[in-house]
Ligand binder design. Structure first.
Ligand code: KIV
Length: 272
């Protein structure tokens, strides 16, 4: 006997490929904790990414490199507890899959077992193909990530737009095809020219999810802290802010402090 959450309502990798076939755009956002994932899932997002951007927005690191596998599993497990519908993808952090396919498989198995994720995501093309194949051989769905790959920031030296030159653009298209042939169910394309991203989306049958990759792809992803305006200093051209939560939360906290200092809080009805 198997016990499973109501599968008919859940987004699966199969649902995502059907969405691409039908031309229905895929919505994806990051979440790193139970409370935010609950809101994001109930709003109806298709995919929740437990991104290694947690390293930046949750832990305050400058890059995504320091976050550990244990920390990603902690964030992943917290998110999975809240989710009823969305597909939950957890990032494999830096150093847990590059150059050693056995370690890649072990890291992915830990994410699937300990966080109960639906899939893993990793950065890179042909350089990580052996790892991709090994993870897939265990029946674990893999999402690729090409273009600006933040785990390689020390190699790039900058977060500028990638693949503007022909050579890098050609490699990116080839890498997308290699990831598709290997069996990846989708690919994130980050910060590349919109025309190139659209070309990739037309060249492969699997969904292409863009961030800073224009509208010609199959779906969009943003970091939740950026789109809600919790982060202030990060303002790339591709980012649309749907709120200014930093100011709203700061205002609420300032009001609370004022109420405490003035003895307005708690009042008669707020005590026992
Ligand atoms: O870690 C992350 O949030 C990501 C997105 C930017 C796609 O990989």
């Amino acid at each position: 006997m198997s016990i499973h959450k109501e599968s008919a309502k859940r987004v699966t990798t199969h649902v995502l490929s059907e969405m691409k076939l039908k031309g229905e755009k895929i919505s994806m956002l990051t979440s790193y904790d139970y409370s935010m994932a609950l809101i994001v899932d109930r709003a109806g997002v298709d995919v929740i990414l437990v991104g290694d951007s947690a390293s930046n927005v949750m832990a305050g690191h400058e890059t995504t490199l320091p976050i550990t596998l244990d920390q990603m599993i902690y964030h992943g497990a917290s998110v999975v507890k809240a989710v009823q519908r969305a597909l939950v993808v957890v990032d494999l952090p830096f150093g847990t899959y590059q150059g050693n396919s056995k370690e890649a498989l072990n890291s992915s198995i830990r994410i699937m077992k300990e966080a109960s994720a639906d899939a893993v995501k990793l950065e890179g093309g042909r350089e990580v193909l052996e790892s991709v194949n090994r993870i897939l051989s265990a029946g674990i769905p893999v999402m690729g990530h090409l273009g600006l790959t933040p785990q390689s920031i020390h190699k790039f030296g900058t977060y500028a737009v990638r693949a503007k030159e022909d050579e890098e653009a050609e490699k990116l298209v080839e890498d997308a095809k290699l990831l598709e042939e290997a069996g990846c169910f989708a690919i994130v394309l980050e910060k590349i020219p919109a025309t190139l991203a659209a070309k990739v989306a037309q060249s492969v049958a699997i969904p292409i999810i863009g961030i800073g990759a224009g509208g010609g792809v199959d779906g969009q992803v943003l970091v939740i802290h950026d789109m809600l305006g919790i982060t202030q200093e990060f303002s790339p051209r591709f980012l649309r802010r749907y709120h200014n939560l930093f100011a709203e939360i700061q205002g609420a906290v300032e009001t609370y402090i004022g109420d405490v200092k003035s003895r307005d809080f708690p009042n008669e009805r707020e005590q026992y």
